[in-house]
Design a protein around this ligand. Structure first.
Ligand SMILES: Cc1cc2nc3c(=O)[nH]c(=O)nc-3n(C[C@H](O)[C@H](O)[C@H](O)COP(=O)(O)OP(=O)(O)OC[C@H]3O[C@@H](n4cnc5c(N)ncnc54)[C@H](O)[C@@H]3O)c2cc1C
Length: 412
């Protein structure tokens, strides 16, 4: 292949992958961006606000979507994953598999299919805290803005036919099937991001047992205006507004039985979520239980700002146990600064669970914590939280660097 004809494949359509794909396409390279979910944006699309400025992520994402729409050299494949890769730098053969969306480009997002759909499924965008019609737009700002039918609906043929009949533009194709196909590309950027650690295994925190013990990613959705409560921070047990919210840092992290590494962003995420609580519930108080507060470089200013709120307390304690007492939650630990036992009574507990890197292909090299290393085979680049647990601005820089390395690889 001549250098200019060689394509770059970017795997993962989060902020790292979108950045890498856009930077390469905007300097004239042909790029294919593949994403396993039905929409781009990754985990950032599920955040309510960004630290440290507390602006909504939707603005930044929207700019990227506009750049993608405007660039004919960038092809987006959603619901698509890499199955296998062969070949070498400059001439990789990649087999991909796409799952059916059952809705084609004629979709106008009118919502008539959802109206006609009697089946509801757990809404994974809200981490299962609500349900959604089995014919739905993945979320309010989804890109591409196109509905998707869940396989459970398509399996119920009679109902699926009713949903199809409600679609005036004729965008629903119930016969669509998954397909495998091959691509030839010169370089690959792996930007497959992270999954939240499942704290069910940290039994002493009672996640899954007490409905008012939630995780940090769930808190983002609770605060979001398009979330399960319309943006109201409410207890899941009784719908009441919590008066005391306790954040438990390193919930499973820095613990060799769970996640040995520090996830880097959880302290900042809890500080940010403390501002959600305090802004929405001015009578409330917040306690952050931590091992160390880690807010590197310029992000330290954000920590100092939150510390100035007298209703936000910091307790240096690894919480050892959470149990229910009536409609309250009791937390036990040891204050290692004061050298005494801690007992806290909370209405809502937020577990700051860590980042688990996604490894999309067994052939990719990983470090002892499962993060992709930078010394992959020639022609492979890596970027974002699949490589290290970092915040969005570092992720964007990493995506840009990966684009440059992919372009250099094509020129070799
Ligand atoms: C609770 C919490 C709050 C946070 N708040 C902030 C904040 O306020 N400000 C900030 O700067 N950072 C914040 N972060 C960090 C931020 O979420 C990450 O920096 C960001 O998500 C990293 O983007 P990414 O593209 O590397 O990964 P992701 O967002 O995970 O995107 C990766 C994409 O790759 C896709 N993918 C995965 N595997 C495959 C595959 N095999 N094939 C195809 N596609 C695949 C995924 O579906 C996903 O769309 C927060 C993190 C947490 C845990």
């Amino acid at each position: 292949m001549a250098t200019e004809k060689k394509k770059i494949l970017v795997v993962g359509g989060g902020i790292a992958g979108m950045t890498a794909a856009l930077e390469a396409a905007e300097v004239g390279r042909e790029v294919i961006l593949c994403e396993r979910r039905p929409y781009l944006g990754g985990r950032v699309a599920q955040l309510y606000r960004y630290f440290p400025k507390l602006c909504p992520p939707a603005c930044g994402l929207e700019i990227n979507y506009k750049r993608i729409k405007a660039n004919p050299r960038l092809q987006v494949l959603t619901l698509t994953e890499v199955v296998s890769v062969s070949g070498s730098e400059g001439a990789f053969k990649v087999t991909l598999r796409s799952s059916p969306r059952y809705v084609n480009e004629k979709c106008t997002c009118c919502g008539k299919c959802a109206e006609a759909c009697a089946l509801e499924v757990p809404d994974l965008f809200n981490y299962g805290m609500s349900t959604v019609k089995a014919a739905h737009l993945p979320h309010a700002n989804a890109f591409p803005a196109r509905y998707v039918l869940e396989p459970e609906l398509v399996a119920k043929r009679e109902l699926a036919e009713k949903v199809k009949a409600a679609c005036e533009p004729g965008a629903i194709d119930l016969e669509e099937s998954g397909k495998s196909f091959e691509l030839e590309v010169g370089a690959i950027v792996w930007a497959t991001g992270w999954d939240p650690y499942d704290p069910t295994g940290v039994q002493y925190y009672g996640f899954g047992k007490h409905p008012d013990v939630i995780t940090n990613v769930m808190m983002e959705r609770l605060a979001a205006l398009d979330g399960p409560t319309g943006g109201k921070i409410l207890r899941r047990s009784d719908g009441a507004a919590p008066q005391h919210v306790v954040f438990v840092q390193c919930a499973g992290s820095r613990d060799e039985h769970h996640l040995a590494h520090c996830s880097g962003v959880c302290c900042l995420a809890s500080l940010k979520q403390a501002t959600y609580v305090r802004e929405q519930l001015p009578e409330s108080k917040v306690t952050i239980c931590y091992i160390d507060i880690r807010t590197p470089d310029r992000l330290e200013d954000f920590y100092l700002k939150v510390q100035q709120d007298p209703a936000v307390a910091f307790v240096k304690s690894k919480i050892a146990d959470i149990s229910a007492k009536g409609d309250k939650l009791l937390l036990h630990g040891e204050d290692t600064l004061a050298g005494k036992r801690v007992q806290l009574e909370a209405d809502l507990v937020v577990l700051a669970t860590g980042i688990v890197p996604c490894r999309p292909d067994e052939s990719l090299k990983v470090d002892e914590n499962g993060f992709l290393t930078r010394d992959q085979v020639a022609g492979y680049g890596v970027a974002g939280c699949a490589v290290a647990p970092v915040e969005v601005s570092s992720t964007v820089q990493d995506g840009t660097a990966a684009a440059l390395r992919a372009i250099q690889s094509l020129a070799r």
